[in-house]
Design a binder for this molecule. Structure first.
Ligand code: SF4
Ligand code: SF4
Length: 491
């Protein structure tokens, strides 16, 4: 038995679970309207990016690559290696803070308009379903009806297309992991050469197919961690899809004026109407708000909620209910925007306030992090240089005036181009470097390793350890500088 007041009882249950705990399958009505149109355009653009970007290359490398298996990352043509982990960590912190700030100000707009789950579900899979099975009522009838030849044909076509698109999606994601050329090889070469990859592809395709064919809105309602965070992120000034209860309530169906029962006092009076009522008997229904209780906003909702109950965790801010309500209002000649993007305070006070002290604080921190991040990115060297004294070796005497130390070096080329004519120089104007062999040209994203001696005059030693700086030049241009120690005798 619910302990909540009647207007809060919707909090007692999930729209997709019935009293016995079974899943309630949703049949959202096909939305239409300007927001749905804009969402469709944005989705097509984002889908084009998702499937097109793996084919865009910079100096022969993908513009985006997240090869976690080999620790190779390329973001907009800039190569990141595991040595750049600190940049990644900071980028992740900045991103998380941005998400928090964005959510505080604009609510869950990302979910409804940009999230791949919503884009694929609502703009790809759902559209195919509408195309094959029809709108909500036709789908309901088809699912409840017997297995006729038409039903088998429709279901087979739908699930075949769903699985085919799931395979495509897996290949697109795989292209971001290992590059489109590798994916091409896996596709074109015999299966036994890529058995592991083939099995992984099948498993993930099955997973995507299962999500979009069956699990659907449950991803947003029960799995997505970002969805669960809404409770703590949203404030009363956050802009969300919201029902204007001030204007809309009390809701009620549009009715023609009705007449009151004939009062007893009128018994025997002149009867002006054939049905026995006078003009003064005609009364109006109580003054109603703007919501005509058509429930179209509920019927189009892909998470099955009634937005008129207030902001709910299930709402992904897809704006389908805004379109539905505006459509109704245009038909009955009333002002649009009964469901709109606004804040709870905005509805209550009739004004929208975007910047609050909390949002200002977040913005300042975000701004500082962004500046720091840009600074780190702009000062990032194109070569990662690692120089270590050879373990277990002390100094060697070259002659009476000079000592030497043996070092190992590792140069990692983080660019998309071959680095040529590499040199190591001592920053100090005394002493010299003698390479063991030469430093070869380093192809893009590869490394070169070797050894060299540093020879210093005894007179320049500052103690058992002398600090030195070594500069790395390519084609005469300084590209990196590292510090090391020179080991000498104890004084
Ligand atoms: S309530 Fe409206 S905005 Fe929220 S999920 Fe449902 S249709 Fe989309
Ligand atoms: S679509 Fe608009 S008018 Fe119809 S029930 Fe929803 S809020 Fe009320």
């Amino acid at each position: 038995m619910s302990q909540l007041p009647p207007h809060e009882t919707y909090r007692d249950h999930l729209s997709t679970v019935d009293g016995s705990g079974s899943r309630v399958w949703l049949y959202p009505k096909k939305p239409s309207g300007k927001f749905y149109r804009w969402r469709s355009y944005l989705s097509y653009f984002l889908l084009l990016l998702l499937f097109g970007l793996p084919f865009v290359k910079v100096h022969g490398d993908p513009i985006l690559l997240f090869n976690v298996l080999e620790g190779r990352f390329i973001i907009f043509g800039i190569v990141f290696t595991p040595q750049d982990l600190h940049l990644f960590a900071l980028a992740m912190i900045t991103l998380m803070l941005f998400v928090v700030l964005f959510t505080v100000v604009f609510g869950r707009l990302f979910c409804g308009w940009v999230c791949p789950q919503t884009i694929f579900m609502e703009m790809v899979f759902r559209k195919i379903e509408y195309w094959i099975e029809g709108d909500a009522n036709q789908q309901r009838r088809l699912n409840r009806g017997p297995w006729t030849a038409t039903k088998v044909r429709k279901k087979a076509l739908k699930h075949f297309l769903f699985f085919a698109i799931a395979v495509l999606i897996v290949h697109a994601f795989l292209s971001y992991l290992i590059g489109v050329d590798e994916v091409g090889k896996i596709i074109s070469e015999p299966i036994h050469q890529h058995l592991g990859g083939f099995v992984a592809m099948l498993v993930f395709s099955g997973l995507f197919y299962g999500v979009f064919a069956f699990f659907r809105e449950q991803v947003c309602l029960a799995v997505c961690p970002y969805g669960r965070l809404q409770d703590v992120l949203l404030v009363k000034d956050s802009i969300v899809v919201i029902y204007d209860w001030v204007r809309g309530e009390p809701r009620g169906k549009m009715k023609k004026k009705r007449r009151a029962p004939r009062p007893a006092a009128l018994a025997g009076a002149t009867i002006p109407y054939s049905d026995g009522y006078t003009a003064s008997d005609v009364i109006s229904v109580p003054k109603l708000g703007d919501c005509v209780d058509c429930r179209l906003c509920v019927q189009v909702c892909p998470t099955g909620i009634d937005i008129r109950n207030g902001t709910q965790l299930e709402c992904v801010n897809c704006t389908a209910c805004m379109d539905a309500c505006d459509g109704v209002r245009r038909k009955i000649n009333r002002a649009e925007g009964l469901i709109r993007q606004d804040s709870e305070h905005g509805i209550k006070k009739g004004q929208q306030k975007i910047v609050t002290p909390r949002e200002l604080d977040y913005s300042v921190v975000l701004g500082l992090l962004l500046v720091f991040q840009v600074l780190l990115f702009s000062t990032r060297s194109e070569v990662e240089t690692l120089i270590l004294r050879t373990p277990g070796m002390l100094y060697q005497e070259v002659d009476e005036q000079h000592l030497s130390n043996l070092y190992n070096y590792q140069l990692i080329n983080k660019t998309n181009l071959t680095i040529q004519d590499l040199e190591l120089r001592l920053q100090a104007d005394y002493g010299r470097i003698e390479l063991v062999g030469n430093i070869p040209d380093i192809p893009k994203q590869e490394l070169s390793e070797g050894a060299f001696f540093i020879i210093l005059p005894r007179a320049q030693l500052t103690g058992r350890k002398t600090r030195l700086a070594i500069e790395v030049y390519a084609g005469g241009q300084l590209i990196d500088r590292v510090k090391t120690n020179f080991l000498g005798p104890a004084h």
